[in-house]
Design a protein around this ligand. Structure first.
Ligand SMILES: [Zn+2]
Length: 78
């Protein structure tokens, strides 16, 4: 994780504002598979995707007004 000082355009503030971001892992189809093989698949899937970044939903929260937005730009591929 790297701390970013980038600004994010907040729809509510209508300007670039400081923000904090959090990553929430998307539910994976492998999560419902509780078998050992399923766990291995989940691990492999995570590994192949480079530390599961592509399975994360990225949320940014405006530090000025507190608006929380889903911001998954550029992560459309599977
Ligand atoms: Zn805002």
């Amino acid at each position: 994780m790297s701390l970013s000082s980038d600004a994010h355009f907040c729809k509510k503030c209508q300007k670039d504002t400081p923000y904090s971001e959090i990553l929430v892992r998307k539910p994976s189809k492998y999560d419902t598979d509780r078998s050992v093989i399923g766990r291995i698949k989940l691990f492999a899937h995570t590994f192949i995707n480079g530390g599961n970044y592509h399975d994360m939903d990225r949320y940014v929260t405006c530090k000025v007004c507190g608006l929380k937005e889903l911001d998954n730009k550029g992560q459309e591929h599977e």
